[in-house]
Write a protein that binds this ligand. Structure first.
Ligand code: SF4
Ligand code: SF4
Length: 280
């Protein structure tokens, strides 16, 4: 079962939910992917450091000056303006290249080969309790985050329980993160702020055909507009996590949220039960 944990905007408790789900499901040997590759912090929250790290590359063109006749075809083909052909030089802008491979395929002189351009690291930590955390960490200044998300998700292996801590919003990397998931948990706060972003995230999950449920975090007795959204769309509210200053403080110090709020274990077990029922 693959569960994507997403949110309309940042700071709603997405990583809290993803990491605590992992703790609750530890007997199944879950794998948690931190796909929030621009700002991964699941490791910080779990208070762990990576056991292994390896570099991730994506292919970009390299021009062979002995073969190139500067015909300009590659620049015409590239939809992303990543190539500029000058009188006796081809400039390649790796940050604009989307690694589609079209220029190398269509160059009439076979003057283009693909080389690896480093975009970030994959970190792996085997947790003391059963489970593995895989973190995708994009290099600073690297614009192409979806390939990094893909690389991180390729490390799921044969895990039966797969959890993804997605980037917030509806960026390309969020879409890549939730793609092929069995279920999407959208966590939000019961305020009007971020409702538009939440609705867009819901639309993205619906467009990909992923069943979705809502989790209200920092709940203080009123669902506000989330209740209206649920009634209007038929997307269920699976749980309400009550506001707790103790939980917030414990979370900021990297302590186990289940110790600060033992009832969270029941709330999350109930979420899992509802997801199983929805998928059966
Ligand atoms: S298409 Fe090939 S030969 Fe033409 S400018 Fe580009 S690299 Fe050079
Ligand atoms: S691989 Fe694709 S995106 Fe990159 S430079 Fe070539 S045509 Fe452009």
């Amino acid at each position: 079962m693959q569960i994507a944990v997403a949110s309309g905007k940042g700071g709603t408790g997405k990583t809290l939910l993803a990491t605590t789900l992992m703790r609750v499901l530890s007997s199944y040997g879950p794998v948690l992917i931190d796909a929030d590759v621009e700002e991964p912090n699941a490791g910080l929250i779990l208070g762990i450091k990576p056991d292994t790290t390896h570099e991730v590359n994506r292919p970009v063109p390299a021009i062979d000056p002995d073969r190139c006749n500067y015909c300009g075809k590659c620049a015409e083909i590239c939809k992303f303006n990543a190539l500029i052909v000058m009188v006796n030089q081809v400039l390649v802008y790796n940050e604009l290249c989307h690694s589609c491979g079209a220029c190398a395929y269509l160059c009439p002189q076979n003057a283009i080969t693909e080389i690896g351009h480093p975009i970030g690291q994959i970190e792996q930590t085997n947790l003391a309790e059963n489970g593995i955390l895989i973190t995708g960490r994009l290099n600073i200044g690297e614009a192409q985050s979806p390939p990094m998300v893909k690389a991180a998700k390729s490390k799921f292996g044969a895990a039966k329980i797969r959890i993804i801590d997605c980037p917030p919003g509806t960026t390309c990397s969020m879409i890549e993160s939730i793609r092929n998931s069995d279920y999407c948990l959208l966590i939000t706060e019961p305020t009007p702020f971020g409702m538009h972003d939440l609705e867009l995230s819901l639309e993205a999950a619906t467009m990909l055909g992923i069943p979705t449920g809502l989790v209200i975090n920092r709940w203080q007795g009123d669902d506000y507009t989330i209740g209206e959204l649920s009634a209007r769309t038929g997307v269920p509210i699976l749980a309400r996590i009550p506001f707790s200053a103790k939980l917030a403080q414990s979370y900021m110090k990297g302590r186990d949220p289940l110790e600060a709020m033992p009832s969270l274990s029941f709330i999350l077990s109930d979420i899992i039960k509802q997801i199983r029922e929805a998928l059966s």
